[in-house]
Ligand binder design. Structure first.
Ligand SMILES: [Mg+2]
Ligand SMILES: [Zn+2]
Length: 285
C-alpha cells in the first residue's frame, strides 16, 4: 500500500456502495413488502426496521436467512475496484450509514472489502438470546435528542462528520474529505464540508436534488456521479487532483523554506562585520 495521503473518503452505504437499499432488500426478498408499506406511515424508518425484524422472527425467519439474502445484494462491478484503488493510493475510508451493523458487516465481509474501512458508523444491530435482530438508533433520541431538524431522530450524519473533522484537527492533519452519498440524509453532512473538501452526490437522487435547489449552500466542490463506473472515474480524478495539488504545495513550501534559509544566512553574516573590524584593532594591540 502507498503511504497515507491526507484524504479521508466517507461513503454512504445504501445506493452508494451497494446499488439498492439493504433494508428494503431484506424486507422484499423475504416477502414482507406489504406489511412494511402498511406500517411505514406510522413510525420512523429506524423503529420500523426494528419492528420488521421482530415480525421476521415471529414468522420463523432466521438470522442465517437474513444473512443469506444480504450476500446476494446487487453491487455495480466497478465499486469494489474503486474502493481498492482509493485505499491503495493511501486514502482512509469510512462508512456512515443509516442501515445497521449486522447488515453492513455481513455484506462487506462477503464482498471481501471489510479491511479497507477504518470505521463503520451506523445503527447498532445486535442479535439477542432469542436469535432476533434488535436494531437500535445510533443516537439514543429518548435520552438525548441530536437537535438537528434536517435529520431523522435516530441519526444525524452531519454530527458524525463534525466528530470526524474534530478528531482529524486534533491529530493536526491537513485532511481533505470526499463524501459520497445519494439520500436526503446525506444533505446535512454536505453542508458541513469545508471549501477544500469534495461532495459527490449521486445524480438525480434526493441529495443531488437538495443541493441543486441552492448550490451556494455547499462550500465543498461538488462532482456528481450516475453509477459505479462514473463513481470510480470521478473519485480517481479527485484523488489524483488532491495528491498533485498537495505535492505542488509541498514543493512551494520547500522552496520557501530554502529562501528563508538563504535570508537567514545573510543575517548571520551581518554581525560578522563589526567582528571583522575588531580584528585589526586586536592586531594593533
Ligand atoms: Mg444511501
Ligand atoms: Zn443533521
Amino acid at each position: 500500500m502507498a503511504s497515507k495521503n491526507n484524504i479521508v473518503i466517507v461513503f454512504d452505504f445504501d445506493k452508494t456502495i451497494i446499488d439498492v437499499d439493504s433494508d428494503n432488500w431484506v424486507v422484499d426478498e423475504l416477502g414482507f413488502t406489504d406489511l412494511f408499506n402498511q406500517l411505514l406511515p406510522t413510525m420512523p424508518w429506524n423503529s420500523l426496521m426494528n419492528r420488521m425484524m421482530k415480525e421476521l422472527h415471529e414468522h420463523g425467519k432466521t438470522i442465517e436467512e437474513i444473512k443469506h439474502v444480504l450476500r446476494r445484494i446487487p453491487i455495480h462491478p466497478r465499486v469494489i475496484p474503486a474502493i481498492k484503488a482509493a485505499h491503495a493510493l493511501g486514502c482512509e475510508l469510512r462508512i456512515v450509514s443509516d442501515a445497521n451493523t449486522l447488515f453492513i458487516e455481513t455484506i462487506i465481509e462477503h464482498l471481501g472489502i471489510r479491511e479497507f474501512f477504518s470505521e463503520v458508523n451506523t445503527n447498532p444491530g445486535l442479535v439477542d438470546d432469542q436469535c432476533r435482530l434488535i436494531i437500535s438508533p445510533y443516537h439514543d433520541f429518548t435520552k438525548s435528542p441530536h437537535g438537528c431538524t434536517r435529520c431523522p431522530p435516530n441519526m444525524c450524519k452531519g454530527l458524525i462528520i463534525e466528530r470526524i473533522q474534530a478528531s482529524l484537527t486534533k491529530e493536526g492533519k491537513k485532511t481533505k474529505m470526499i463524501y459520497l452519498g445519494d439520500g436526503a440524509g446525506d444533505y446535512c453532512p454536505s453542508l458541513g464540508l469545508k471549501s477544500m473538501d469534495y461532495m459527490m452526490p449521486r445524480k438525480d437522487f434526493p441529495v443531488w436534488d437538495l443541493i441543486s435547489q441552492n448550490p451556494m449552500l455547499v462550500k465543498a466542490t461538488v462532482r456528481d456521479w450516475t453509477d459505479g463506473e462514473a463513481m470510480e472515474k470521478i473519485l480517481m480524478e479527485i484523488i489524483n487532483e488532491i495528491i498533485s495539488l498537495d505535492e505542488e504545495e509541498e514543493e512551494k513550501e520547500k522552496m520557501l523554506s530554502s529562501d528563508i534559509r538563504k535570508i537567514s544566512v545573510g543575517i548571520v553574516h551581518e554581525p560578522m562585520v563589526p567582528l571583522a573590524f575588531q580584528v585589526p584593532l586586536n592586531l594593533v594591540k
